[in-house]
Design a protein around this ligand. Sequence first.
Ligand SMILES: [Zn+2]
Ligand SMILES: [Zn+2]
Length: 137
Amino acid sequence: MDIRNCKRCNRLFQYNGIKYCPKCVLELDEMFIKVRDYLYENKNANIAEVSEATGVEEKVILEFLRDGRLELREPSLDLTCERCDKPITSGRMCKDCLALFERIMKKDINESARTVENLKRDAGRVHLVDYIRKKQD
Ligand SMILES: [Zn+2]
Ligand SMILES: [Zn+2]
């Protein structure tokens, strides 16, 4: 059994792939709905305004945005790219950095695919050598 501390209230709970305990998950869901509804009605509100109107802490709202559950209407200085500090509307990185990141990831994948291909080819060669050797015996 995997027991962890809740990232929010620090209470121990049985970990099930979510970093919060069941009680916090419920509370966060309620807050999420409040914030989402408020943003729906007040599309241009900034995080401080949303926090004041809903009573939800700014850092919780930020986390919803970082997780991509919420999106701001306009890029905001409240939420900036973790790589280049450009204002964004949701997530952790701006579109440019995300594209760059994806390119690097893809390159890595291609490279490891090539390594696997090479290994396969080498493996094939070994088989062939064995085969020839067997034939000679
Ligand atoms: Zn908790
Ligand atoms: Zn960026």
